[in-house]
Design a protein around this ligand. Structure first.
Ligand SMILES: [Zn+2]
Ligand SMILES: [Zn+2]
Length: 121
């Protein structure tokens, strides 16, 4: 009899725990793209990075697709500019994604001329 009681207590203790774990794994999987960090520079992959006196810029889409490090292309050649995106730091208004990533169904990355974060340390 004592055995059954302790079994029931065990089930009672474990079931809320597995619920909590389920919620945690959902949060983790749901935000994975947002939280992905570059293994080379430690900055978020979805955040555009600038290098070499603003002649190289990372594409957030290509970087997330890579999943490990930032993927850079020559700027402005491979990004283009729009006055709509002008900021005090970049008054020319850089496009956030490379030109190959902007169509609705972008070509698989990396594209020609990709430079990886590990090459720019
Ligand atoms: Zn990086
Ligand atoms: Zn891209």
């Amino acid at each position: 009899m004592g055995c059954v009681t302790s079994f029931l207590i065990l089930v009672h203790v474990l079931s809320p725990l597995s619920e909590v774990l389920g919620v945690f794994s959902e949060i983790y999987i749901g935000n994975q793209g947002d939280n992905m960090i570059c293994k080379i520079c430690g900055k978020p992959l979805k955040q555009a990075q600038w290098k070499n006196n603003n002649t190289l810029k990372s594409c957030p889409h290509c970087s997330l697709e890579n999943g490990e490090q930032h993927v850079y292309y020559a700027y402005p050649d491979r990004f283009g500019e729009t006055p709509k995106r002008a900021t005090p730091k970049h008054p020319e208004g850089p496009q956030s994604h490379c030109t190959e990533c902007r169509p609705k169904h972008p070509a698989p990355s990396p594209h020609e001329g990709a430079i990886y974060c590990e090459e720019l340390k």
